[in-house]
Design a protein around this ligand. Structure first.
Ligand SMILES: [Zn+2]
Ligand SMILES: [Zn+2]
Length: 137
């Protein structure tokens, strides 16, 4: 039973695991996606958890194949910032549009004209930079 449960959990995060126990991780859905500030996005999940992401971080973690390739070739290790900094590297990076993809993902149309990354809800939830979710990562 324990093992079966673990296999359905995308990360080793204990807090998330507690959350996941309540709901099916594949059905983890945002209740509300909104602009938190000029530089950050807020996602309120249906289990009541709130995630704040810097647009810059989301853009850097774009899951599409070409961005993945760039990340690997530059070996750039960027981690999500837990606290929203006063100044950020790319203040101009923000979504011009956010579009739902099916029932499971959203797509960002970034200000740098990039839009091939599909961010699944599960992926976004795993990226949650909050202290709770970062424990054990
Ligand atoms: Zn990309
Ligand atoms: Zn979190």
């Amino acid at each position: 039973m324990w093992r079966e449960l673990l296999q359905t959990i995308p990360t080793g995060c204990l807090e998330c695991w507690k959350d996941y126990k309540v709901g099916n991780p594949l059905q983890m859905k945002p209740n509300e996606i909104s602009e938190f500030s000029d530089t950050a996005l807020s996602i309120l999940w249906d289990d009541g958890h709130q995630s704040i992401y810097l647009y810059e971080d989301l853009r850097k973690h774009c899951p599409c194949a070409s961005c993945d390739h760039i990340r690997k070739s530059t070996q750039e290790k960027s981690s999500f910032k837990r606290v929203i900094p006063i100044t950020i590297d790319n203040p101009d990076i923000k979504p011009r549009n956010i579009e739902p993809v099916g029932q499971y993902a959203i797509r960002f149309y970034w200000s740098d004209r990039h839009s091939t990354g599909i961010y699944t809800f599960q992926f976004l939830r795993e990226l949650c930079p909050c202290e709770k979710c970062s424990v054990q990562k």
